[in-house]
Design a protein around this ligand. Structure first.
Ligand code: MG
Length: 435
């Protein structure tokens, strides 16, 4: 089986006005759907970041991929790793941190992102060729269903057009309402709040009200995307000691591994062992042992899209296990192909210690591009179906609508700061730490 064609579908999907420390989500999120056609008649698919940058990265490997055997991925990995290493050498120290960039937008991750998009489509092909689900192709599942968390956001009401199902959420009470709606619909059993948006005292109150409402059976985590100083991080960690215990965590409270290590030291000195997770200070393999040595991060957030594919996430699962660390999964706005890639790899990670993140509840059936529509959740979990590959096929009518939407809009790169200036605060600039 040889790859005969790489087909790229740039699409746009509706996205609600969600807030984070970066700013505001634009009304459209950008994705790229990848198809690898082969001489066997099988087609492999994947979903990755959208817009000009990711598209250019994939275009750059078009020739390299055409004619490739999808079973032989190591050569492509070697070549892209070498290009990434060259770029690392020529980038000033510290240039790799994602702190000031929207997750997944780090230019130094582009080789890993490009490889991941190709690898996942190849694994889908291999699964289809051998008649096995991808999770079993990559070594076998350790679970049949994968648990995801309720990913809560503070958000505005929709600025133009019909209101979304969650409405405005800018205080603790409405956040509880959002959580109730999400849990009623999806059955999630863990709760994550995207913080760094409102005054830390309001966010502390939000977590307290969530705990009072849902009880300790629902572990809580908060992710302010580095919006807090070390001082504020320690204060929030102290105030939320009870709420973040029992399976919760503090995610990227402040910038840098050194900053997080200091927060950890000060909290431990107060007998507060709330673990810290990161998808900002730890974004590739070399970060992991350093994070562990500094005791800055106890839980690494994986993501097949930018960690270099599904098997790299399995390696990360092994590495974190060896180092005595936990593993969870980061997410970006995505549709069903990505959700199934995340589910398959999570199913095949022996060291997965928390429910994974997903933005899926924030997308709608109108935009879904897999046949049969939205992927169902049962009790907060996505089930591995006994189907070959990722187990989903493209709905080409829906895909065409996504492409038309993409062609119609001016967005070609995610820019939450610009969106924030346009709709909320003309003077907005991302400042770290804000509090
Ligand atoms: Mg995060």
């Amino acid at each position: 089986m040889l790859i005969t064609e790489l087909v790229l579908h740039p699409i746009a999907i509706s996205d609600p006005p969600l807030r984070s420390s970066y700013g505001l989500h634009a009304p459209f999120a950008l994705r790229t759907i990848v198809e690898l056609k082969t001489d066997s008649g099988l087609t492999g698919i994947s979903e990755t970041y959208g817009g000009d940058g990711p598209l250019a990265g994939l275009e750059a490997v078009r020739q390299r991929v055409t004619g490739m055997d999808p079973f032989q991925l190591a050569g492509l990995s070697r070549d892209l790793t070498a290009e990434a290493a060259h770029e690392m050498e020529t980038t000033p120290a510290g240039g790799r941190t994602q702190t000031y960039l929207v997750p997944g937008e780090n230019p130094l991750d582009r080789y890993a992102r490009t490889f991941a998009a190709i690898e996942i489509a190849c694994l889908d092909l291999i699964g289809k060729a051998v008649g096995k689900p991808v999770c079993d192709v990559i070594g076998g599942r350790v679970r049949d269903r994968v648990s995801f968390s309720a990913y809560l956001f503070y958000k505005h009401g929709v600025f133009s057009g019909p209101e979304d199902e969650y409405g405005e959420v800018l205080d603790p009470r409405s956040c509880v309402r959002e959580c109730r709606q999400m849990i009623a619909r999806y059955g999630f059993r863990e709760i994550k709040l995207k913080g760094g948006v409102l005054d830390p005292d309001v966010e502390i109150l939000t977590l307290r009200v969530l705990r009072d409402t849902f009880g300790p059976a629902y572990p809580l985590r908060i992710d302010p995307n580095c919006a807090w100083s070390i001082e504020t991080s320690v204060r929030v960690g102290r105030e939320l000691k009870d709420e973040l215990s029992n399976g919760g965590y503090l995610e990227d409270p402040c910038a840098t591994l050194e900053g997080m290590a200091e927060v950890r030291r000060r909290l431990l000195a107060e007998n507060n062992s709330t673990p810290q997770a990161s998808n900002v200070a730890v974004t590739y393999f070399a970060d992991v042992p350093r994070a562990q040595a500094l005791d800055a991060v106890q839980i690494v957030l994986s993501d097949p899209h930018y960690w270099g594919g599904m098997r790299n996430v399995q390696y990360l699962s092994h590495l974190t296990s060896v180092l005595g660390m936990g593993l969870s999964m980061h997410s970006n706005s995505h549709l069903g192909v990505s959700l199934m890639a995340m589910t398959h790899v999570a199913a095949a990670c022996s060291n997965l210690t928390y429910a994974c993140d997903t933005h899926y509840p924030w997308q709608t059936a109108e935009d879904e591009i897999v046949q049969g529509g939205r992927i169902p959740f049962v009790n907060g979990c996505v089930q591995i179906l006994n189907r070959p590959g990722l187990g989903v096929d493209l709905d080409y009518d829906q895909l065409a609508r996504g492409r038309e939407r993409y062609a119609r809009i001016p967005y070609r790169k995610r820019d939450d700061e610009a969106e924030m200036r346009q709709h909320v605060d003309p003077a907005w600039k991302r400042v770290l730490p804000r509090w």
